[in-house]
Design a protein around this ligand. Structure first.
Ligand code: GLN
Length: 193
């Protein structure tokens, strides 16, 4: 299995290391042609407006809208995956039927760390939130995996995983392992189809 990390801006190297720590091959994706060589793609955190512009410029927006690759968005990445963004017109990739609100944890707590419970897993995740979005609403087919207070911070659909925080800045591999399992399921489905 080869997992790509979109390498336009943001926490790329850390994600590559986490994927390798899970025993899978990790590839930094800088050009759109490289998308054909991978089985799943991580969209890292950073600044979603900046990443969005680079994605438009280098052809990723168009390619990824059409793509059936499983995707995992962290922080800015989940904003890019969302169908709806509060205060903005339309989403970017529109892969997850969710509404997100950017920078939604307030100034005084721009950054914080918590241990998160995850639906269906015994292991907790250590999570770092940095000017993080939250998920305000989810549509059908989207499962809520974790919350901080009343705010949803992790969701999944069949082949898309979205979280508000940065697991790659901790040593907690839980969500990377979770995504790798999703990619594995997807590959099995393709073989059976
Ligand atoms: N606040 C950023 C945005 O709205 C996301 C922050 C992050 O990825 N750490 O794009």
């Amino acid at each position: 299995m080869r997992i790509g990390v979109l390498a336009l801006q943001g926490a790329v190297r850390e994600h590559l290391q986490m994927v390798e720590a899970c025993g899978q091959e990790a590839v930094a994706i800088k050009r759109v042609e490289e998308l054909t060589d991978i089985d799943g793609l991580i969209l890292p955190g950073g600044e979603s407006t900046a990443i969005r512009r680079l994605m438009d410029r280098y052809g990723f927006t168009e390619a990824l809208r059409k793509s059936e690759l499983p995707m995992f968005g962290t922080c800015a990445g989940v904003i890019l995956l969302a169908e709806r963004i509060i205060g903005q017109e339309g989403g970017h990739l529109g892969k997850l039927d969710i509404t997100v609100e950017r920078n939604s944890f307030g100034r005084q707590v721009d950054s914080f760390e918590v241990e998160l419970d995850i639906l269906g897993l015994e292991e907790k995740a250590h999570a770092v939130f940095i000017r993080a979005p939250h998920i305000d609403a989810v549509g059908e087919g989207v499962q809520v995996l974790s919350k901080v207070g009343e705010k949803i911070v992790a969701v999944r659909s069949d082949s898309h995983l979205g979280i508000s925080f940065h697991p790659e800045l901790t040593d907690s591999l839980v969500f990377h392992k979770y995504f790798i399992e999703m990619v594995q399921e997807n590959m099995t489905k393709e073989v059976l189809a």
